[in-house]
Design a protein around this ligand. Sequence first.
Ligand code: GDP
Ligand code: IMO
Ligand code: MG
Length: 427
Amino acid sequence: MPGKVILGAQWGDEGKGKFIDIFAGKADLVVRSQGGNNAGHTVVAGGEKYKLQLIPSGILYPECVNVIGPGVVVNPKAVLGEIDGLHEKGVSTDKLFIDARCHCIMPWHLELDALSEAEKAKEGTAIGTTKKGIGPTYMDKSERSGIRMHDFVDAERFEEVIRETCARKNRVITGVYGGEPIDADAVIAEYKVYADRLRPMVRDTTVMTYDAIKSGKEVLFEGAQGTLLDLDMGTYPYVTSSHPVAGGCCIGSGVGPTAINEIMGIFKSYTTRVGEGPFPTELFDETGDYIRNAGGEFGTVTGRPRRTGWFDAVVARYAVRVNGLTDVVINKIDPLRGLPKLKVCVAYKLKNGETVTEFPANFMDLVDCEPVYEEFDGFDEDITNCRSFEELPATVQSYIKELERIIECPITMLGVGPARDQVMTIK
Ligand code: GDP
Ligand code: IMO
Ligand code: MG
């Protein structure tokens, strides 16, 4: 620190929430910079399980300032639901702030997400989105027609902006998709209440983040989604509509790259993916089921079973490169217990016979490519109580050392269970 990024280095759900929570204990400010409530970050603290979607995982520390940065898309109803849920558990949100530049996810975005997915499904090209309206909201932002928080909480502009936008969106909903129009009056009545509640939290958070960095405070940039879901660097079009890579933290929080000096990439010891899209090391056999069950791999947001597969070092090296990772965490090692052999993909054999070690730009190259594996011995011991590298079985130690050799980036922490303390630092 002062500026530390913690991001997902695979297809999301690597356990970012747990590590953000751990480092937030030492941070003065935690900022989310992209995505929305498509994210689901689980934090297990004091025997309680928290599922955070929009609110930064630093919220569990009363002294920590939590910022929803300008690059995040905010569903007003959802964020208030999350705030209420935290209050019920006795967690204060007094230090939660939302940037005035955030774009609002409105009912038409949810509708358009569902309609577009249904349309694509007919052609077999659905993305498998979380249906939280993420893509349509970022589309409006790029089209320069979205509703930003400063307009949403502006009592004088509110009604006019909603009415105009709703009319425009209804033309698309009815005209393009043949859907039902949205009632602007009902939206105005419902969302006015949300605007009133959110108003005190809305400000220019970029000043807060900059001031914290300038005064040498510890700032954590909380990643959401994962590198391979990045709009440009991921498996396009099977991606999300924001920038989960490290560069996205600057754009989405409004600070320059010089504010960041550590970029930690979180990996699981295997790979998962929710939604559609290529996944070279995916397992369709009982080993895949075994990992899914052992790791509890069911979506935090949608409850969908996550697709599972072996650790993919082609992906890992790519993530090291495109994020400029300074170090790596291998999380969720414990679910691999009981598997006789552990495989790591080190290259892809493409359909044209070529073997590549760099992650291909065109996702079509990944379709039906054959993973080239290195194999390591598995382990049978319960490692969930290990708190140092030396306590781990020799086979696990050697697996981690091999991963570090293959991905060419220092592995500094390991995760062996969902709780805050089920981690270890490698010296
Ligand atoms: P995130 O989106 O990256 O924050 O990850 P999710 O919260 O969506 O998914 C990670 C899941 O794994 C959650 O249910 C966590 O409680 C759990 N988890 C995190 N770390 C570990 C670990 O080391 N071992 C096990 N078994 N579970 C873990
Ligand atoms: P966290 O932060 C895993 C996936 C969706 C879908 C694609 C596009 O918990 O790691 P979207 O709704 O964003 O338009 O869906 O991206 N996706 C995630 N997968 N973890 C996430 O977040 C995700 N957020 C989006 O499943 O494939
Ligand atoms: Mg998640």
